[in-house]
Design a protein around this ligand. Structure first.
Ligand code: ZN
Ligand code: ZN
Length: 117
């Protein structure tokens, strides 16, 4: 099952074309991608492993922090704010952004608690 894309298909086609059909992650997912000189080597239609189907790159925000926006807000982004992501990079980058977001919120709350005393 693939999640429904928030991006209309012509835009997806454009992004895949601009990215050369290759995941544009340059370490935002936490993997340094040393094998690909700092960029993920997963290509649309390629295989990550023998056990998974062909890679279907996702059109998603280039800025990992925008990955945690709700779908309708992501849908407002234009092609220059989007990048091609493979599924593992997308999911890991989003998980990292979520962790950072929660940490920032917790620090914000801690700060305001301090200010009370
Ligand atoms: Zn990737
Ligand atoms: Zn990556």
């Amino acid at each position: 099952m693939t999640a429904p894309s928030v991006v209309p298909l012509p835009l997806w086609d454009l992004l895949i074309h601009l990215s050369g059909g290759r995941c544009q992650c340059a370490g935002q997912c936490g993997n340094k991608h040393a094998a690909g000189q700092g960029r993920c080597e997963h290509e649309n239609g390629g295989f990550i492993s023998k056990h998974t189907g062909p890679v279907r790159l996702l059109a998603a925000p280039k800025d990992p922090h925008a990955l945690i926006l709700p779908a309708h807000q992501q849908a407002k982004l234009s092609a220059c704010d989007l990048a091609a992501w493979c599924r593992p990079c997308h999911d890991n980058a989003r998980a990292r952004a979520q962790r950072e977001h929660r940490k920032a919120l917790a620090e914000l709350q801690a700060d305001s608690t301090d200010a009370l005393f």
